[in-house]
Design a protein around this ligand. Structure first.
Ligand code: ACO
Length: 400
């Protein structure tokens, strides 16, 4: 890699790289990704091993603090999170002002942004950072479940501090007032794996957004809220919702996958892309997609769920991978292609898929924000090449 940062000041040159396809924005010690080989590691640990052996909060600790926690460190971290799961009752008033039909991602980004009003020390008090990190990780699932409960017309559930992170989330999502809710270990384990696989992915769109906003020294809540907004887009985390909607549409249309492959091949004229296919960095396979595809099979069979959409997804993958258009452009299923099928099997509704992604990605955003602060990165401020009008004279409105 060639570092141009000093050269530019000397020469006046600006490099143009739309979409930052080949521009490094930072040095980072958090996540290693090799797109050619399909390798993903958090702090040097392979994603495959972490998904098989770790808990999501262990991975969160690893990403944020750089090392796997000792038992004692883990107990302190986990207990602190359990004790901060309640959300200020006044935040409910903001939540109640949203229309029932509001997309849960818009509610999530707004309420996370609102947290900076409830915890104003995040803006200026040095040394309070760990408290805000704990608050965010603890409260995000609580806020997330409010949207789902209200969409059903149900009362929301308060968090229960006797439950672990994932069980607590599932309880707030699915417990009903009159029945005792028992967490299915298959469901909890599947969710654990999915959250770990989403936990960081170096300088993707939402993470770069968090870093860019944070580089102005905006507080953690504001920076994460911006990341949630960036994640929502259908070309990024919003793709997981789009995938299921696409698979449903194919099913309703008779299940002919080749028709959709043909449409995607003519993306330039049809405007249709296969959601869940392609990646800016992975040009061989997405290692997360490999794990998720296998997990989808396992989870559906363990839960006894027969989802015809899984067969359509497999058929679509096979048809695309045998097609020159996709082979030449190195387009493979990405993390979003099979994740929605698992979320569905767990009972999570489609409009909550990207929220699940946000809960998973939160530790990565936090770790990247923290690293950026610690390495004292300068404010992010890209340059441009101006293509507008040259100097002209102002014409009064009555003469235009
Ligand atoms: N379906 C059909 N064609 C595609 C697809 C697709 N899903 N993805 C890329 N292409 C084609 C493009 O049309 C382009 O073709 P061309 O060379 O003839 O012009 C070529 O492949 C390269 O695509 P770009 O858009 O230039 O690649 P880029 O790196 O900018 O985009 C992206 C990557 C956004 C992920 C893209 O592949 C895409 O839109 N995929 C669908 C949305 C999706 O699944 N997003 C989730 C990504 S993973 C994540 O964010 C968690």
């Amino acid at each position: 890699a060639f570092d141009i940062s000093n050269l530019r000041d000397q020469t006046g040159y600006v490099t143009l790289d739309r979409g930052y396809k080949n521009t490094g924005a930072t040095k980072s010690a958090i996540t290693f990704l090799d797109g050619e080989q399909g390798i993903l590691q958090y702090r040097g640990y392979s994603i495959e091993e972490l998904a098989a052996k770790a808990s999501f909060l262990e991975v969160a600790y690893l990403l944020i603090y750089g090392e796997l926690p000792t038992q004692e460190q883990y107990a302190t971290f986990e207990t602190a999170i359990r004790r901060h799961t309640l959300v200020n009752e006044d935040m409910r008033k903001i939540f109640d002002g949203f229309p029932v039909s509001a997309h849960p991602m818009s509610v999530l980004s707004s309420l996370v942004s609102a947290m900076s009003a409830f915890y104003p020390d995040a803006q200026d008090e040095k040394g309070s950072e760990d408290r805000h990190i704990i608050r965010l990780i603890a409260k995000l699932p609580t806020i997330a479940t409010w949207s789902y409960k209200r969409s059903l017309g149900h009362p929301t559930n308060y968090p229960k501090n006797n439950l672990d992170y994932i069980s607590n989330f599932l309880n707030m999502m699915f417990a009903l007032p009159v029945e005792e809710y028992k967490v299915d270990p298959v469901v909890a384990e599947a969710l654990n794996v999915l959250l770990i696989l989403h936990a960081d992915h170096e300088q993707n769109c939402s993470t770069s957004t968090v870093r860019l906003v944070g580089s102005s020294q905006a507080n953690l809540y504001s920076s994460i809220s911006a990341g949630i907004s960036a994640l929502w887009g259908p070309l990024h985390g919003g793709a997981n919702q789009e995938v299921i909607e696409m698979l449903e549409a194919i099913k309703a249309d008779g299940g002919d996958v080749s028709k959709y492959v043909d449409m995607a091949k003519n993306a330039k004229t049809t405007g249709f892309r296969l959601f869940g296919f392609g990646h800016r960095v992975y040009k061989n396979f997405d290692p997360r997609a490999k794990i998720i595809k296998k997990a989808a099979d396992d989870v559906l069979s363990k839960l006894g769920v027969n989802d015809p959409v899984l067969e359509i997804a497999k058929g679509l993958e096979e048809a695309a991978l045998n097609d020159d258009y996709f082979v030449q452009r190195k387009l493979y299923p990405n993390v979003d292609f099979y994740s929605g099928i698992i979320y569905r099997a767990l009972g999570i509704p489609t409009n909550m898929f990207t929220v699940m992604f946000a809960i998973g990605r939160l530790p990565g955003w936090i770790a990247q924000w923290k690293e950026m602060r610690e390495t004292k990165e300068p404010i992010g401020r890209p340059r441009q090449i101006y293509t507008g009008a040259t100097l002209r004279e102002f014409v009064p409105i009555e003469k235009r």
